[in-house]
Design a protein around this ligand. Structure first.
Ligand code: HEC
Length: 111
């Protein structure tokens, strides 16, 4: 292979790699500007990126569990701040409650 083409290909590959890494690590990525966001940037992105937090929607009870787990790990949030983070995540990255909870909700609404 022509060494020049090889060099260009290597440079392109490097560029791509750098871009992807930069995007994945940008803590601002994917977080709507709403109350609670600054708490997440402050207390949740010191160990991992925001992208790792919001890569999938979660049911409200899953967010409760998760915030508890992260606080156990060392996320510095007062109980009020935990509520604010929870409200933010449920509003912006909430999923339907788990199947069991959904069944229970249906059962109670048909009564
Ligand atoms: C002290 C370090 C630390 C802090 C602070 C922290 N996390 Fe984490 N987080 C981790 C580690 C380590 C993992 C991977 C292991 C795990 O899933 O428990 C993780 C995983 C996650 C995951 C993926 C879990 C999964 O099962 O898919 C989410 C979502 C998450 N953190 C959200 C948060 C939120 C929200 C906050 C702020 C309230 C936060 N984290 C603060 C260390 C931290």
């Amino acid at each position: 292979m022509n060494p020049r083409i090889l060099a260009v290909a290597a440079a392109a590959a490097l560029c791509l790699g750098l871009t992807t890494t930069a995007l994945a690590q940008n803590p601002v990525d994917g977080l709507p500007d709403e109350p609670g966001k600054e708490l997440i940037l402050r207390s949740c992105t010191m160990c991992h990126s925001a992208a790792q937090i919001v890569y999938k929607p979660r049911a409200p009870e899953d967010w409760t569990d998760l915030i508890g787990r992260m606080v156990d790990r060392g996320a510095a949030l007062t109980p009020e701040e935990q509520d604010a983070v929870y409200a933010y995540l449920v509003k912006n990255f909430g999923a339907k409650p788990a199947v069991a909870a959904e069944g229970a909700a249906k059962g109670s609404s048909s009564r």
